[in-house]
Design a binder for this molecule. Sequence first.
Ligand code: NAD
Length: 247
Amino acid sequence: MKLSGKTAIITGGASGIGQATARLFAQEGANVVIADFSEAGQEVANRLQDDGHRAIYVKVDVTEEKDIQALIERTVHTYGQVDIMFANAGVANDEPADQLSLEKWQRTLDVNLTGVFLSDKYALIQMLKQGTGGAIINTASIHGHAAKAGVTAYGSSKGGVVMLTQTLGIQYASRGIRVNAVCPGYIDTPLLKALPPEAKQKLVDLHPIGRLGSAEEVAKAVLFLASDDSTFVVGTSLMVDGGYTAQ
Ligand code: NAD
């Protein structure tokens, strides 16, 4: 078990990549805290408990500073510490810039970038207080590195996550806290549910591997970054994209 005795917070843990990661972390021995504003997170926690794992759900809006502070407090109260933060909650609702409302732009930046900053900030404060090191993994995207027409606010937010990850990575590495990002290609999760089949096929065609990824495939990369398998990996972006960015 790679995470035995560790406590991990997973934002966006009610669905998709976060949910798959919560299950994998629990199977690897972690105490899991599912932080999400969707109350489906409670069912995810219940199912993990039914399978003999340790998991709780905390309702959180990652854009609200007080929610993140309360999340850390509840985690420490329940499990004693925070060892891993997977800052993963995100939204994708975008347009070309000339059609994109300020409201949509702002909400995307608030959730995808400010939400990651707040999650990282309060995890760091707790980890520094503990003095036992830690691992922080942020969910960026291929679009934090490679632009796509129309992916305006989302790409900007994920580019910000890549740079935030590098900045925190170099700032805290000497104190035993490793900060890294995972950059998924298109993954078949509820985030893509609104797409018609032809649009989905177009996305498939962008991946040299010839298919979309699964949430479980991303979860395995997150586990690598969270565990002692990656002790010399700092400030990096790990592409999990079926060759999208290599192409
Ligand atoms: P998803 O929609 O299945 O899950 C996202 C979760 O985040 C949901 O449970 C949602 O309730 C939660 N969430 C959204 N806003 C929140 C907020 N303000 N506070 C708390 N929780 C909130 O999506 P997913 O595909 O699993 O996406 C997870 C992450 O992966 C996101 O950051 C997304 O941008 C990124 N990503 C996804 C893909 C993809 O193709 N699916 C590709 C690259 C990156």
